[in-house]
Every structure is written in structure tokens, then in C-alpha cells.
Ligand binder design. Structure first.
Ligand code: NFE
Ligand code: MG
Length: 525
């Protein structure tokens, strides 16, 4: 007999997401993923000075603002016919790579660790490490003194309340304690990664110093040295904690290498390596069952049959027009369904590494072959829930190494950006990668201000609902087949959802809802 399970909200993600599962014979037979909020962000950009969008679009999200800043800069660069080069290109790479490090570390430790780690193991800690002793005392107070109080719901947050069940969490006390100690260290690593963005971006999370063509801060010896120092701390954390901790989770939950699977993957590519050239550190590509293909940005459509929008379905984002319709019959999500050549595709760290491996990017080949040599895990395993965690940790290692090389390429005290002149009419697009995957911004400039602006964002690709043909989105497909041991404690489904690192703030920024305001009404602030 089929049973329905609703998980609402999914916690430890950014934003408001819920899933509805139909479970038959102990497995998910069908999943509906719902983005539960409406924002209308792109409307805010219309009628503004185009350059303001670099700042405004960063407000879409506090987790991945640098990718929105860099990609919106690119959209304006394409209107102006320039490209960030030299210091501008490298400094944007460094700021973005720092944000990837911050975001991936946040995801594994602060957002996902509690799916695997047993907080109660802390109570058995008998060592003398001052930080762990403090943590143990905190856990003891939370778990004992607060347990029976009426406000106990908040006790030991964010670790409790949690799903409960036999063998649900790691059963090795030392492994749990180590992971919890790293959970705390991860907070410091994230602070350092934010500080790295701020060195060249001025502040964080919303970097005021990002501009079309580069950043506003010249690279000085002192700033480069400070960046290198923080980077080395994070690199060493990735090596000594993050990668081994993912391996610990993999040892205890190896079945997640064959759960939460995706078939097809898309990456726009990121981290331009040469001035004027197309080469990227992580290249673009479409990885399908029948191989690797070049990408074509014209093949995107956004479908809305099951999304709460009134506009025509299947529009290219440059023509996108969307009117919110909360009560639309049959619609169940505020997230649209982007499709590439009509296909649902997963975007994100696994997509990037699978594409890069297929393109024989030497650093990625080395990293993945080493992983196979040491663990027997082959690259196709990146298509899974655990594979996504492994891909993030490996990507941190790759970026931390590469960022050291980029630092060496900077021209000290030389200008950090291009000069540009903004035309009063034009259109353009910026494509790139955010920590969670392929990101695109499309802009038109009319009479010197933003006429229309549209973003197609990683979580829109991954967490969108069924499309016009009724095909489920990537996360919905990945959930199907997941075994659910106890419908009252469906942690398996949560682990699959979390592996995508969904961010709903990004996903439901939303296209323009009304006809453009008349030219007379538009004013540059
Ligand atoms: Ni709000 Fe974002 C990333 C973007 S996700 S986190 O990474 O763009 O859809
Ligand atoms: Mg959009």
C-alpha cells in the first residue's frame, strides 16, 4: 500500500522547501519538491542604473552573493563589449573561489553533519581538549537540564530534535567527537574565507568592491600575503579535516554512493584562466549518458506547467516573462523548471567535476584518479548523494591549490579592473558557476536603465518541479527509489535532498511579472 510522507519544512537549507513523497514497498515511488516562497527579485532591478545590479543581485542570497556579483558583472561586460582581464579577472576568481570554500564547508558541517553525526557521543568525551570539554559541558546541559522543560524544543539546537532510529547515526564515538570538533573549527574556516573575499571585495557577504571588469581594490603585497595566509589555513583544514571527514561518512553510509542518482549534468564552467580566451579552470559541458557535449546557452527554456506562474511556458530566459499566480491549478512550486534541450539536468559540484574529468582537465583527472586509487570509488559515483559531498570536498582542494597559483599571477599595485562605457541600449548575458552550480543572468539596457533582467539559478535547475511534459526535476528524480525504513523518520530522503545543497532564496528570485514600465516611469535612482 502506498503511503504519503510530507517533510515540511526541510531544515538546514537556505529558504523554504518541502517534499511530498509517495512510498511503496519501503521505497519512494514518486516525489514532488516544492519551493514554498515567492520573492520577485528581478522586478526590483528594472528601471535602475545597470551597474547597481552588481550590488542588488548579490542580495538574492547571502550564501552565494559573489557568484551573483561576478555573473551580473559579466552580463554588463557583455553589454559593454569588455571582459575582465589581468588583475580584474584573477581577483574575481580569487573572491569567487573563497566563496566556494566558505559555502562548501558550511554545507558539509553546519548543514549536513547532523544527518550523520551523533551529538550524544560528546557526553562520553574524556579528553582534555579545552574546546571539546566546553562543547561536552554545553551538550550535557542541553541534553539533561533542558530536556524536560517546556521550551525543550530549542534544547541542543541545531542538533536536536532529530529523526531517531536504530543505527541512524555514526556509532563510533571517536569519529562522532572528531566530526563535532571539526564542526566548530569549520565556523572559523568560514570566517577566514569571508575575510579573503573582503580583502579584495571590500566587505562580505555582499561585496561592495565587485564591479564590471574586476574589483575596486588594487592587489598590494600586504593584501596578497594576508589572502595567502588565510588560504593556507583553509587548505590545510580541507586536507586534514574536510576530505577525511567525508571519507568517514562514506565508510559508515556507503549505500549513499548508489542513492540519490542523477543522469545528466550541465556546467557553464568557471574561473577564466586566460585573458581573451575561453579556457576555464573548471570547463563547461553537458554530460549525458551518451557522452560529453559542448553547451549552447540558446537551448535553455524555463517551463512553468507546474510552477505558480501565468506566463507562456518554454521561454528562453532572455525573453522570459513571468506573472505570479499563487492559485494556479495543478501548480505546486514557486520554482520554475529550466530545461536544457528539453532535458532536466543536474548542476553543481558533481556536474563540474564530471565535465572537467571528461574534458581531461589535468588537475581534476589527477584528483579523481587518486580518489579511485585510494578508495576504489570511480568518477561515475559522483552522480550520487555521497558523490556530491565528495565532489564539494575535492573541489575545495582543487580551488585552494589553484588560488595559490592565481595569487602568483597578480600584478602588484596595478589596476584591478577594466574601464568601460555603458551604452544606453543593448543586451547581454553572463554565465558562470555558483557553489551550487550553473548560473546565468540576462540583461537588457533600455534608455540607459535596466529594461529587463532574468536569472536562471542552480537550485532552479536542481529543485524545479515537473516540466510541461510531466518529467520530474533532477531532485525529484533522485528521490525516486530511495528506501525509507521508517516513514515517521524519513532521514534517507532528507539526506538525498541535502546532498544537492538547495538554496531557495536563489531559486525563487523570479522573473519580471508585468510589462515593462513605460520609459517615462522609469527613473535611475
Ligand atoms: Ni543561495 Fe546560489 C549558489 C546561486 S543557489 S546559494 O550556489 O546562484 O541556487
Ligand atoms: Mg529566474
Amino acid at each position: 500500500m502506498a503511503r504519503r510522507i510530507t517533510i515540511d519544512p526541510i531544515t538546514r537549507i537556505e529558504g523554504h522547501l518541502s517534499v511530498e513523497l509517495e512510498v511503496k514497498n519501503g521505497r519512494v515511488s514518486s516525489a514532488h519538491v516544492r519551493g514554498d516562497m515567492f520573492r520577485g527579485f528581478e522586478n526590483i532591478f528594472r528601471g535602475r542604473n545597470p551597474v547597481d545590479v552588481v550590488q542588488l543581485s548579490q542580495r538574492i542570497c547571502g550564501v552565494c552573493p559573489i557568484s551573483h556579483g561576478v555573473v551580473s558583472s559579466r552580463s554588463i561586460e557583455s553589454v559593454c563589449g569588455i571582459r575582465a582581464h589581468g588583475n580584474g579577472r584573477i581577483l574575481q576568481n580569487l573572491a569567487l573561489a573563497s566563496n566556494f570554500l566558505q559555502s562548501h564547508i558550511l554545507h558539509f558541517y553546519q548543514l549536513c553533519a547532523a544527518d550523520f553525526v551523533d551529538i550524544t557521543a560528546l557526553l562520553s568525551y574524556g579528553g582534555a581538549d579545552p574546546q571539546l570539554s566546553r562543547l561536552k559541558e554545553w551538550a550535557r546541559r542541553e541534553l539533561t537540564e533542558k530536556k524536560d522543560r517546556p521550551d525543550s524544543f530549542s534544547a541542543c539546537a541545531p542538533f536536536l530534535p532529530r529523526y531517531e532510529g536504530e543505527g541512524m547515526y555514526i556509532d563510533d564515538t571517536d569519529a562522532n567527537i572528531t566530526l563535532l570538533a571539526h564542526y566548530v573549527r569549520a565556523l572559523d574556516m568560514r570566517r577566514r574565507a569571508h575575510a579573503m573575499v573582503a580583502l579584495f571585495g571590500g566587505r562580505v557577504p555582499h561585496a561592495i568592491g565587485l564591479v564590471p571588469g574586476g574589483v575596486t581594490q588594487r592587489p598590494t603585497r600586504e593584501l596578497v600575503d594576508r589572502f595567502a595566509m588565510e588560504l593556507e589555513e583553509i587548505r590545510s583544514f580541507v586536507d586534514s579535516c574536510y576530505l577525511p571527514d567525508v571519507a568517514v561518512v562514506a565508510r559508515h553510509f556507503p549505500e549513499y554512493f548508489s542513492l540519490g542518482l542523477s543522469q545528466d549534468f550541465l556546467a557553464w564552467g568557471e574561473f577564466p584562466e586566460r585573458d581573451g580566451g575561453a579556457e576555464q579552470f573548471l570547463p563547461s559541458g553537458l554530460r549525458t549518458e551518451d557522452g560529453l557535449h559542448d553547451t549552447d546557452r540558446e537551448r535553455i527554456t524555463e517551463q512553468v506547467a507546474f510552477a505558480r506562474y501565468d506566463s507562456d511556458s518554454g521561454l528562453h530566459p532572455s525573453k522570459g516573462e513571468t506573472a505570479p499566480r499563487p492559485e494556479k491549478k495543478g501548480a505546486y512550486s514557486w520554482i520554475k523548471s529550466p530545461r536544457y534541450d528539453s532535458m532536466p539536468v543536474e548542476v553543481g559540484p558533481s556536474a563540474r567535476l564530471l565535465v572537467a574529468y571528461g574534458r581531461e582537465q589535468p588537475d581534476v583527472v589527477l584528483a579523481l584518479d587518486k580518489l579511485t586509487g585510494e578508495t576504489g570509488i570511480e568518477p561515475p559515483a559522483l552522480r550520487s548523494a555521497l558523490g556530491r559531498h565528495a565532489a564539494r570536498a575535492l573541489e575545495c582542494r582543487l580551488l585552494a591549490d589553484r588560488a595559490q597559483a592565481w595569487l602568483q599571477q597578480l600584478h602588484l599595485d596595478a589596476p584591478p579592473r577594466e574601464r568601460y562605457e555603458l551604452p544606453t541600449e543593448g543586451s547581454g548575458a553572463g554565465l558562470g558557476e555558483a557553489p551550487r552550480g550553473a548560473l546565468g543572468h540576462w540583461i537588457t539596457v533600455e534608455q540607459g536603465v535596466v529594461g529587463s533582467y532574468q536569472c536562471v539559478v542552480p537550485t532552479t535547475w536542481n529543485a524545479g518541479p515537473r516540466d510541461d511534459a510531466g518529467r520530474p526535476g533532477p531532485m525529484e528524480q533522485a528521490l525516486a527509489g530511495t528506501p525509507i525504513q521508517d516513514p515517521e523518520n524519513p532521514i534517507e530522503a532528507v539526506r538525498v535532498v541535502h546532498s544537492f545543497d538547495p538554496c531557495i532564496a536563489c531559486a525563487v528570485h523570479v522573473l519580471g511579472t508585468h510589462r515593462a514600465r513605460s520609459k517615462r516611469e522609469r527613473k535611475t535612482p
